[in-house]
Design a protein around this ligand. Structure first.
Ligand SMILES: NC(=O)c1ccc[n+]([C@@H]2O[C@H](COP(=O)([O-])OP(=O)(O)OC[C@H]3O[C@@H](n4cnc5c(N)ncnc54)[C@H](O)[C@@H]3O)[C@@H](O)[C@H]2O)c1
Length: 328
């Protein structure tokens, strides 16, 4: 099954996720969708000092938003902030330090950020990692899961009230088409089964990207005041791809999307009035809702499984954040 999924996915990717795929899809884009003035809107973007997140921050700064860059590396973040302010002429660009793999820090950050900046209009959960080995954080969390899912979940949850205070709030979750090869795994969210020298970083990554898509659907039901979406940026030429997937990068570098093309749909989801004509909670590729499953791939989960997964994440985070309250 996994060979079947991987093969179907690869053919889909070569047709749709490349620069050619973007250019074909872009023929159906509407220029007026992006004629938006974001003056007065607060837009928070994680991982916005690199790759497609940096492009998102630069674009929404040009559209006059108040931009909040949430970055792990302050030095690099400050350099990018200066660059964005200079290029956009918008000085309302702010930098905040946060390592999303440190769950206690994420919870504290979200609480103080919400208190200071509520209401928040848009949250773009863009930061992500693909690890080449099984690394446990000091809190005992596998790092891919810590950054891509648990940290994202705690940040999002911590900002819900501030988002709900906005008249038209949106959350965009940058997932990946790689999730199509994985079914939701609710019993091994901390990747224990992948531990050891045979760690498969791509599989761990794809699992967390599947989690992000399923989480988006659950959030949409639990928090209907907010408009939720997840998306795939396509295969884009970013430092993340160059560093984490060097052999893929070397084979594909002439066919990859530019970071601007990779960021396009997330920006459209974040600010365009056209996007919210669609229902909340869907997965997107190239400004259009896309299937979250490959044909005949047996990756569907029912609502009870999705809810059980959500509870598993909540319980997991509780065990990290309030160890004294956890059952022995
Ligand atoms: N580039 C692609 O082809 C592609 C394809 C599918 C999905 N994506 C997704 O797009 C998003 C952006 O990736 P990119 O390609 O621009 O890569 P990138 O490596 O250039 O950017 C990733 C960002 O996440 C940040 N980040 C990583 N770990 C963090 C942590 N612990 N705390 C806070 N921030 C952290 C990095 O500092 C960086 O700013 C990711 O979620 C990635 O999974 C990218």
């Amino acid at each position: 099954m996994s060979l079947y999924r991987n093969t179907v996915w690869l053919f889909k990717g070569l047709r749709e996720y490349t620069r050619d795929g973007y250019e074909r899809a872009a023929r159906n884009f509407h220029e007026e969708d992006m004629k938006v003035d974001c003056k007065g809107k607060k837009i928070v973007i994680t991982g916005s000092n690199s790759g497609i997140g940096k492009v998102m921050a630069a674009k929404v700064a040009k559209l006059n938003a108040q931009v909040h860059m949430v970055c792990r590396d302050v030095q690099k973040g400050e350099q990018v902030r200066q660059e964005i302010m200079k290029q956009s002429g918008n000085n309302d660009v702010h930098l905040h330090q946060l390592d999303l793999s440190k769950l206690k820090d994420v919870e504290m950050f979200a609480a103080s950020f919400a208190e200071k900046y509520s209401p928040i209009d848009v949250l773009i959960n863009n930061a992500g990692v693909l690890m080449d080995s099984w690394v446990l954080t000091e809190e005992g969390v596998e790092k891919t899961f810590a950054v891509n899912t648990a940290g994202l979940h705690l940040l999002t949850k911590g900002l819900i009230k501030a988002l709900e205070s906005s008249p038209n709030p949106r959350v965009v979750i940058v997932s990946s088409g790689g999730m199509l090869v994985q079914k939701l795994n609710k019993d091994d969210i901390n990747m224990e089964s992948l531990k050891g020298k045979h760690f498969d970083g791509t599989m761990a990554y794809a699992r967390t990207k599947r989690q992000e898509v399923e989480l988006t659907e659950v959030y949409a039901k639990k928090y209907p005041k907010i408009w939720w979406s997840s998306m795939h940026p396509g295969w884009s030429d970013t430092p993340g791809v160059q560093d984490s997937m060097p052999s893929f990068y070397n084979r594909m570098k002439d066919r990859l999307r530019t970071p601007e093309q990779g960021a396009d749909t997330a920006i459209w989801l974040a600010v365009s009035p056209a996007a919210t004509k669609n229902p909340s909670g869907l997965f997107y590729q190239d400004r259009a809702p896309a299937s979250t499953h490959l044909p005949l791939a047996w990756t569907h989960s029912n609502n009870a499984e999705k809810e059980a997964f959500y509870d598993a994440i909540e319980n997991f985070c509780d065990r990290i954040l309030k160890p004294s309250m956890s059952p022995q």
